[in-house]
Design a protein around this ligand. Structure first.
Ligand code: NAI
Length: 326
């Protein structure tokens, strides 16, 4: 019997074409390819449970209970960068490798962070609204500042953080970063400044852009106290993961004018839940779309298919994130 690779899509927002054309191009006749649409892993049927490889889109959580039900799975591949939706420890305990696709959207997310930053710095949305109400008054003038006078603060100088930093630098911002896990000299290599603490970065920053992963350490990394360290004229951009910022804290800061604006591609417990949240002043929200482009999705699907194929052939895997290898 051929090994089976199952693609798990999220019922509420399917992202694979039902025929899995991109995946089949890579996998060919070397494995059976199955597509399933599930809200969560309690919906995994026998065919899914008997697969050797799972390719899982972001919004379908794979929990400890779901992993315990898998019968012969060798790898769970998260179609995306963040793998917080998969219980990686449970997978490790069951000898299942978890892999991600870390680089498919590096350019898109960096572009998106810069787009949000520029929309805030140039106040595009309030100006657009004014013009469409047939007004022509530049009410937001105090918020319009010369980029060269501003500091763009990056939290997490990895792939996306570096790409965003280089774009911000090219636009004329002074760029500074905080990343406790990088060795000395990265600042020199990229040609930007380093803050040794998050507090130092926050005090200096005019546009804060988050690019760290979500984990126990970074959950609510930005809460009331951290927001209070920013200048009241500062903007916050989050294209990382929603829960890196405490939602109630940032919405309150915007409502009270403690913060000048926020561009959030991701929000804690997304999507937004109430009209009050959506009506928060000076807030731009973009539906967790930063990764999205025609090209990035095809690249992601090709990479995850290549990893799944390697797993069913018993070959070495790329991008293992939970320390399992076979
Ligand atoms: P990466 O792993 O290359 O970089 C992450 C950086 O964050 C690393 O340099 C790491 O040292 C640093 N870091 C870790 N903990 C930190 C902390 N406590 N404080 C400061 N820095 C810390 O990851 P990459 O590819 O740059 O992606 C970053 C994040 O972007 C992902 O984890 C993912 O959650 C998010 N993302 C969002 C997308 C979207 O559509 N909005 C799409 C793709 C990724």
């Amino acid at each position: 019997m051929k090994p089976r690779i199952t693609i798990i899509d999220w019922a509420l927002s399917p992202l694979t074409d039902g025929l899995a054309t991109v995946e089949r191009e890579i996998i060919g006749d070397q494995a059976e390819v199955l597509c399933r649409v599930c809200v969560d892993d309690s919906e995994f049927d026998t065919s899914v449970l008997e697969s050797q490889a799972l390719i899982v889109w972001h919004n379908t959580p794979v929990t400890r209970a779901g992993i315990a039900r898998l019968k012969q799975c060798r790898v769970i591949i998260r179609n995306g960068v963040g793998f917080d939706s998969v219980d990686v420890d449970a997978a490790r305990e069951h000898g299942i490798a978890v892999c991600n696709v870390p680089d498919y959207g590096t350019e898109e997310v960096a572009d998106h962070a810069i787009a949000l930053a520029m929309a805030l710095c140039r106040q595009l949305f309030p100006l657009d609204q004014e013009a469409k109400q047939l007004g022509w008054t530049i009410r937001v003038e105090p918020k319009l500042r010369r980029l060269r006078e501003l500091t763009f603060g990056v939290v997490g100088l990895g792939r996306i953080g570096t790409a965003a930093a280089l774009r911000a630098k090219a636009l004329g911002f002074k760029v500074c970063f905080y990343d406790p896990y990088l060795s000395n000299g990265v600042d020199k290599a990229v040609g930007i400044e380093r803050a040794r603490t998050l507090e130092e970065l926050l005090r200096r920053t005019d546009v804060l852009s988050l690019h760290c992963p979500l984990n126990d350490e970074t959950h609510h990394l930005i809460g009331e106290r951290e927001l209070s360290l920013l200048k009241p004229s500062a903007f916050v951009v989050n294209t990382a993961r929603g829960a890196v910022i405490k939602k109630t804290a940032i919405l309150d800061a915007l409502r009270t004018g403690r913060l000048a604006g926020a561009g959030l591609d991701v929000v804690e417990d997304e999507p937004l839940k109430t009209v009050e949240e959506a009506a928060t002043p000076n807030l731009i929200v973009t539906c967790h779309a930063a990764f999205c482009s025609v090209e990035s999705k095809i690249e992601m699907r090709r990479t995850s298919s290549r990893i799944a194929l390697a797993a069913v052939r018993g070959e070495a895997l790329e991008n293992i994130v939970n320390g399992i290898s076979f």
